[in-house]
Design a protein around this ligand. Structure first.
Ligand SMILES: C[S@@+](CC[C@H](N)C(=O)[O-])C[C@H]1O[C@@H](n2cnc3c(N)ncnc32)[C@H](O)[C@@H]1O
Length: 335
């Protein structure tokens, strides 16, 4: 029973995040179906995927749902269980739908709520890597949820936010005082704003920000989106964010952007509020050890030291378990 519940939950998380079909535990499903004559498990999986309330409201693409249901039907037909009308009816309904390029992906949080994002289907689209959620963003979000105390009632600045998974997960679980998303790509910023609204948040107006500065504290988290380009942001602009904590996920992926990123991190480390620099955490998927090493060499040259945060088990989100992800806590050598 427990094993079936765990299998259903794995299908639910993998489907709602629209992970590739190969990521599902099909072999385990087939084995379970072969060992049982009823269709209860299949019906449960259907309810926790295509018929899930989150999927009804913000579904993955039609093509994705069709492919998923075809595979489910194949597994059902290859085992000797009774016919399941709901499965064929759901498939017929999805076949009648018009295809669309829009793809929602939803990520379940331990608090029982979720983050839903409108994401691109391609890894690189509109000339940017920022229109999908990368593994390091999930990893950083899971770590942040486990370390809520670092974020609660504090001002957080995120660099290279992309379309917002990490920040939205933190805003929904850790109640920061203010969360500043930032990126430099116009399409990414546009999508980020839409995703913030999709998740029921409003962006703070300038008037509200002034009022907040004059009469703190105000209830709830204030959310802001900054067009912050590492190539041109000034020390003054970084100081104005008044960030207590700075985070970033998957920003060390291209040797060409490392210098400007490290320059921003150095500027951040020079800003002091009440005599203290902001805490900085950078999560990276180590795809190319040379690029990662180059990042660490440049940090060294900039007088920034780091500590690797002990790894946590990847349980909350559907990850590619083979990827190597690490979070560095950066600090200035003289701190
Ligand atoms: C690989 S994506 C990671 C997005 C998100 N953090 C995630 O992990 O899903 C890298 C992000 O860095 C942003 N970026 C790249 N160069 C930048 C720069 N010079 N200034 C600000 N953001 C930049 C991109 O627009 C993109 O959103």
């Amino acid at each position: 029973m427990e094993q079936e519940r765990e299998l259903c939950s794995s299908f639910e998380r993998t489907f709602l995040a629209a992970k590739p079909l190969s990521s599902f535990r099909w072999a385990d499903l087939k084995q379970n179906l072969e060992n049982s004559s009823d269709t209860r498990l299949l019906l449960d999986i259907l309810k926790m995927t295509v018929l899930h309330p989150l999927c009804r409201e913000h579904p993955p693409s039609v093509k994705y749902r069709r492919l998923f249901l075809s595979e489910l039907i194949k597994k059902h037909e290859s085992t000797a269980s009774e016919p399941l009308d709901e499965l064929y009816e759901t498939f017929a309904a999805v076949l009648r739908m018009e295809d669309s390029t829009l793809c929602h992906k939803s990520y379940l949080l331990p608090s029982g709520n979720s983050v839903t994002l409108l994401e691109s289907m391609a890894m690189i689209s509109q000339g940017t890597t920022g229109l999908i959620t990368w593994e390091a963003a999930l990893y950083l979000a899971e770590w942040a949820i486990g370390n809520s105390h670092l974020f609660t009632d504090r001002t957080v600045l995120e660099l290279g936010s992309g379309i917002g998974l990490t920040g939205l997960a933190i805003c929904k679980t850790s109640k920061p005082k203010k969360y500043i998303f930032s990126d430099c790509h116009p399409h990414v910023l546009q999508q980020l704003r839409k995703n913030i609204q999709l998740n029921g948040f409003l962006l703070e107006t300038e008037e509200q920000a002034t009022r907040r500065a004059e009469h703190p504290p105000m209830a709830g988290t204030a959310l802001a989106v900054l067009d912050l380009d590492w190539d041109s942001v000034s020390a003054e602009q970084l100081k104005e964010t008044a960030a207590d904590i700075v985070i970033a996920a998957d920003v060390v992926y291209d040797p060409q952007i490392i210098l400007s990123l490290v320059c921003v991190l150095q500027r951040i480390s020079n800003v002091r509020r009440n005599g203290r620099a902001a805490e900085v955490f950078v999560a990276s998927t180590v795809r190319n050890p040379e690029t990662y090493h180059q990042f660490q060499t440049e940090l060294n040259k900039a007088g920034i030291a780091w500590e690797v945060i002990p790894g946590h088990t990847k349980t909350l989100f559907p990850y590619d378990l083979d990827s190597s992800i690490e979070i560095l806590n950066l600090f200035t050598k003289h701190d």
